[in-house]
Design a protein around this ligand. Structure first.
Ligand code: CU
Length: 373
């Protein structure tokens, strides 16, 4: 029997299956006690949208648990990750970094078809932290170029969870820091609740996927460009082993969520921000605002923390924060390691419309000469 560590160290998939950690479909059929009667369940096909946006969904579930069908296509491609034209030989779920966010309700079944077109060069898979068993689904979804696989798992636990590619050994961190991570949110069937059990709702939801990149430099210190991910592999691994990223960004590139791409809201609206980091710790902070209700670990079974100034997202997890904007203006939403925010790229902007509240803040006197009396 292989354990997770052996699998992470690069055991061949064939060996994993041979060791019997995961039953074949034939085995499953022979164990009716654990086989779900999903044939009777309603099916819902959801088309995913690129972050920071999230597909339309109900906050309170309508009806009984269903099978929610998603499809993601893996794309290996070069992407520009800053305003200096630096290139990452990226690997992506559905073409975006992070991959698209999925939303279901507790006890729904997630049915994901993962497509690896033959234009790609590498095997990929998906490990859902929301799922139970078989390396989070990684064992059932390892697809070579030209293949697809479909995984179904029951979303038994509520919360926001990371998913990421985990094809074995050093491929695992390399694929993750090349862009292959995203998030899924499993809502309680009756919606979100505060610490006293009162219902909470959001008017808007945004998905901020933080990622860090390790771009090799040439002898002159300039970022190197490569023709393919494979060609970049060895140099990139050398930078990765130093653990100092060259870029720490939200949604795939420095500036991806600022300027024309800023997130928007109105005064009085409650915004849900889901923030994931698949590989490294981070600490979101909304400059000039707060986290009214924050599930740092992203797990809705636990009561939310209140009035947070900065919250902590553990590497390998996704957290969720609710904030009702009280003032108009431009808010920076940052990783409050400010070096990472300002120098390495981890900054987003919220542009908020509405009427200024003088009671909350006012400029009593504008900057001027120092008065000596
Ligand atoms: Cu991959």
């Amino acid at each position: 029997m292989l354990n997770r560590r052996e699998a992470l160290l690069g055991a061949a998939t064939a060996a994993i299956f041979a060791a019997g950690t995961a039953p074949s479909s034939a085995d499953t059929a022979a164990v009716p006690a654990s086989a779900p009667d999903v044939g009777a369940l309603q099916r819902q096909k959801v088309t995913l949208v690129a972050p920071p946006f999230v597909h339309a969904h109900d906050q309170v579930a309508i009806g009984s648990p269903r099978i929610v069908e998603f499809t993601m296509t893996i794309e290996e491609k070069a992407v520009v990750i800053d305003d200096e034209g630096t290139e990452l030989q990226a690997m992506t779920f559905d073409g975006s970094i992070p991959g698209p966010m999925m939303v279901v309700h507790q006890d729904d079944y997630v049915e994901l078809t993962l497509i690896n077109p033959d234009s790609n060069t590498m095997p990929h898979n998906i490990d859902f932290h929301a799922a139970t068993g078989a390396l989070g689904g990684g064992e059932f979804t390892l697809v070579n170029p030209g293949e697809q696989a479909t995984l179904r798992f029951k979303a038994t636990r509520t919360g926001t969870f990371v998913y990421h590619c985990a094809p074995g050994g050093p491929m695992i961190p390399w694929h993750v820091v090349s862009g292959m991570a995203g998030a899924i949110m499993v809502l309680p069937r009756d919606g979100l609740r505060d610490e006293s059990g009162r219902s909470l709702r959001y008017d808007r939801i945004y998905y901020v996927g933080e990622a860090e990149f390790y771009i090799p430099r040439d002898a002159d210190g300039a970022f190197r460009k490569y023709d393919s991910a494979g060609e970049a592999y060895e140099d990139t691994m050398a930078v990765m082993r130093g653990l100092i990223p060259t870029h720490v960004v939200f949604n795939g590139a420095k500036g991806a969520l600022t300027g024309d791409n800023a997130l928007t809201a109105n005064v009085g609206e409650t915004v849900m921000i889901v923030h994931s980091q698949a590989n490294r710790d981070t600490r979101p902070h909304l400059i000039g605002g707060h986290g009214d209700h924050v599930w740092e670990e992203g797990k809705f079974a636990n009561p939310p923390a209140k009035d947070l100034e900065t919250w902590f997202i553990r590497g390998g997890s996704a957290g969720a924060a609710l904030y009702t904007f009280r003032q108009p203006g431009v808010y920076a939403y940052v990783n409050h390691n400010l070096i990472e925010a300002v120098e390495l790229g981890a900054t987003a902007h919220f542009v908020v419309d509405g009427t200024w509240n003088d009671d909350l803040m006012t400029q009593v006197s504008a900057p001027g000469p120092i008065s000596m009396n």
